[in-house]
Design a protein around this ligand. Structure first.
Ligand SMILES: [Zn+2]
Length: 184
């Protein structure tokens, strides 16, 4: 089964009226966290991505948010790399709990779903400030519908551009349906 069909069969494809982090609205959402809760599936996807990332010789795999932790962990496992994740804290979004990165580290940024690419770009900028080298980007699903602010084309397993609306041209807003945060 193609990966996108498999994700849908696993119940990740939700319809609704979603307000995305970008502020734009959508009527479908891939709730990939549901699929990644199956360790066998998560390991398989991690291996598939790692097979395409070996030549980058990364020693660090970074999840730019909590939602990408499980996938980043399985990719790091398959690459025999270290895994780091970003989360919100009192000092903003960054590495917490004593996690460190620095000179000599070669980092690949892994997300479950790429949409605008801004989260991955912010994580890469953080790594660069810490003098680590960002060597690549990867995701299970690429939902981008325009160019992402990334220096390289990400390695992805499936592409499914997301149709989004500005709130003032969103059909569901026009119908008076309240929008909700799909990550809430
Ligand atoms: Zn709307």
């Amino acid at each position: 089964m193609a990966l996108l069909d498999e994700l849908k069969a696993r119940g990740v494809h939700e319809t609704g009226h979603w307000e995305l982090k970008s502020g734009r609205h959508a009527d479908t959402y891939l709730q990939c966290t549901i699929a990644m809760g199956d360790p066998a599936f998560a390991r398989r996807i991690g291996r598939q991505l790692a097979d395409q990332l070996h030549e980058l010789e990364a020693n660090v795999v970074c999840a730019p948010g909590v939602s990408s932790m499980l996938l980043a962990f399985t990719v790091a496992d398959a690459l025999a790399a270290r895994m780091l994740w970003f989360e919100e804290g009192k000092r903003g979004h960054g590495l917490r709990r004593g996690q460190r990165v620095g000179p000599g580290d070669r980092v690949v940024v892994v997300e479950d779903v790429l949409s605008t690419g801004r989260t991955a770009a912010n994580a890469a900028a953080f790594m660069t400030r810490k003098k680590a080298e960002v060597v690549g980007f990867a995701a299970m699903v690429d939902r981008s519908s325009e160019d992402m602010p990334l220096p390289w084309t990400p390695t992805v397993l499936v592409r499914e551009p997301l149709i989004t609306y500005a709130p003032n041209s969103c059909p569901q807003c026009a119908a008076g349906t309240p929008a909700t945060d799909p990550s809430a």
